[in-house]
Design a protein around this ligand. Structure first.
Ligand code: GDD
Length: 317
C-alpha cells in the first residue's frame, strides 16, 4: 500500500508519516521546498516538491506515485494569520484543494479504489450557542474567521465531488490538536517557549498571554493521526467526521498546568496584541460518529501531552 501526504513537512505530517510507516505503508509526501528523503524512526519518507498549484502537475504526480490513499494536509492553518492574509488563506486552502480534487477525479479512472481524506477544522462551526454543545457534524456552520470559512468551503466541495464525480473522499474536522513539535502561533508552544526562556533565565518572569477564558477540546497529535488513518480506511465516503476528545478545557487551565509542570514561577500578563478580533468562546466536540464507524480511541491524557510539549520546548535551541 502507498500513501501520499500533502504538506508532509508540517506539524501533523511527520506524525502521520511515522504512523503510516509503522503500519507497513510506503509513504510519499509533498512539500513546497525541495527536500531530500527523510529518515524517520519507522522508515523512509520520500519527499517530492509540489506546490499544488496545478491540476496537471498533481495528476502527473499521482500517475507516478500511484497512491492508494491521499491525506490532504497542506494549507494555511493559523487562525490569527488568516485575518492578516485572507486571500492567501483562501488560495492555500480552497483553490489548491480544487486543483487536487480535479487531479483525483482524472486519476481515479486508473485507480477507482483510491481514497482521499481532506483535513478541515472545528473552526468551520464558528459561532456555536451553548445549547449546541457538544458540537456534532450536523451543527450549522457559522465560521468566524477567514480560516474557518475556507475550511467550510472545502467540506462543501468534497460533498459535491463525491456526488458529482463519485470521488472516494472523506472530510475530517479536527478540534485543537497539540503535541511536541508544534510551531509558534498556537497556544501551547506560545506558552511553553516563554516558560522555557524563564526557566533558563533568558527572560524576565512575565508570561504574556491572550484570551484565557476560552474553552477548547484538545487531542494529542499522535491520537489525531491514528484517527486520520482509521477514517481513510473505514470512514463513509462523502461524509464528514469530527475528531476530538469530547472534553472541554479552559486556556487558563492549560496555562496553570504548564506553569505547574515548569519550574518557572511565571507571572501572567494578558497582552492586548494577543487578543483576536473575534475569538470563539467555547469549543467542545462530539466524537460518537468516528467512534462508531472506526476503531479509533484516543490514548493520550492531556497532562502527558503538555509534559511532552514542555520537554520538547526545553530541547529546542
Ligand atoms: N495562539 C495563541 N497564543 N492563543 C492564545 C494565546 C497565545 O499566546 N493566549 C491565549 N490564547 C487563546 C486563543 O485566543 C484561543 O482562544 C485559544 O487560546 C487557542 O488558540 P490556538 O492554539 O491558536 O488555536 P485556535 O483555537 O485558534 O485554532 C486551532 O484549532 C483549530 C481547531 O479548532 C488551530 O490549530 C486551527 O488550525 C485548528 O483548526
Amino acid at each position: 500500500m502507498r500513501a501520499l501526504i500533502t504538506g508532509v513537512m508540517g506539524f501533523v505530517g511527520k506524525y502521520l508519516a511515522e504512523h503510516l510507516l509503522s503500519q507497513g505503508i510506503e509513504v510519499w509526501g509533498t512539500s513546497r521546498m525541495e527536500s531530500p528523503l527523510l529518515r524517520l524512526k519507522n522508515g523512509n519518507l520520500k519527499i517530492v516538491q509540489n506546490n499544488l498549484d496545478s491540476t496537471d502537475d498533481i495528476h502527473n504526480l499521482l500517475c507516478s506515485i500511484k497512491p492508494n490513499y491521499i491525506f490532504h494536509l497542506a494549507g494555511q492553518s493559523n487562525v490569527k494569520l488568516s485575518w492578516e492574509d485572507k486571500e492567501g488563506t483562501f488560495y492555500a486552502n480552497v483553490n489548491k484543494t480544487i486543483f487536487l480534487l480535479d487531479a483525483c477525479v482524472k486519476y481515479q479512472q486508473e485507480n477507482p479504489r483510491m481514497r482521499i481524506l481532506t483535513v478541515g477544522s472545528s473552526e468551520e462551526y464558528g459561532k456555536v450557542e451553548s445549547s449546541e454543545l457538544p458540537i456534532k457534524e450536523t451543527t450549522i456552520l457559522r465560521p468566524m474567521s477567514p480560516y474557518g470559512a475556507s475550511k467550510a468551503a472545502v467540506s462543501m466541495l468534497i460533498q459535491q465531488y463525491h456526488k458529482a464525480h463519485g470521488l472516494n473522499v472523506i472530510h475530517v474536522r479536527p478540534f485543537n490538536h497539540i503535541g511536541p513539535g508544534q510551531s509558534l502561533g498556537f497556544v501551547v508552544p506560545d506558552f511553553t517557549k516563554q516558560l522555557v526562556q524563564i526557566e533558563k533565565g533568558e527572560k524576565e518572569k512575565v508570561l504574556k498571554v491572550g484570551n484565557l477564558s476560552a474553552m477548547r477540546d484538545f487531542t494529542d497529535v499522535r491520537d489525531i493521526v491514528e484517527g486520520y488513518y482509521e477514517l481513510v480506511l473505514y470512514g463513509k465516503l462523502g461524509e464528514i467526521y469530527n475528531i476530538c476528545s469530547g472534553d472541554g478545557v479552559s486556556i487558563n487551565e492549560i496555562l496553570n498546568k504548564l506553569i505547574e509542570l515548569s519550574s518557572s514561577n511565571a507571572i501572567v500578563e494578558v497582552c492586548e496584541s494577543k487578543i483576536r478580533p473575534i475569538d470563539i468562546p467555547n469549543y467542545i466536540g462530539e466524537n460518537s460518529k468516528i467512534k462508531s464507524d472506526t476503531d479509533w480511541i484516543p490514548k493520550y491524557e492531556i497532562i502527558r501531552t503538555l509534559e511532552d510539549s514542555l520537554n520538547e520546548g526545553r530541547s529546542r535551541k
